[in-house]
Design a protein around this ligand. Sequence first.
Ligand code: FMN
Length: 146
Amino acid sequence: MQGRSTVRYSSAQPLPRQVIEDCFLAAGSAPSGASLQPWRFVVVSDPAIKRQIREASEREEYLFCHERAPEDWLEALAPLATDEHEPCLEIALSLVGIFALNYRVLPNGRKVKNYYVGESVGIATAILITAVPRAGLVSLTQEQRL
Ligand SMILES: Cc1cc2nc3c(=O)[nH]c(=O)nc-3n(C[C@H](O)[C@H](O)[C@H](O)COP(=O)(O)O)c2cc1C
């Protein structure tokens, strides 16, 4: 597990679907508050949608870098030499959107709060990120301000 690291390039070889599904089976085995599994994983491989996501993300990142980010945050990011440009969002063969469900909707339409959402989604994400290199793949984690 110590061999994992963030990778910002990608091979052009297609991803075997079974390998991806196995990674999500591992992630979905995570423990969660009241076993509510408050996550949804969405895989995007369509180049046109990846482009839209990159464009939307770069618009937000530009505002973040130039207007919203506090100075000390920018200082912390400086050694990584990253900026608002996010070519990886198109280079990557697949993007995985990880959504946290703050509430669930019962069959009668009532909204009910989920518990320990951040913790549970964080654990599931950690398992996914750990499973990916064990399956021979690489990943780059990004929080998206969309
Ligand atoms: C919540 C989170 C958000 C991150 N956001 C970005 C990002 O926006 N852009 C980026 O290039 N890397 C991002 N990273 C990757 C970190 O820069 C990377 O994990 C860190 O430099 C340590 O490197 P390692 O993952 O190889 O150990 C993010 C990582 C996490 C956990």
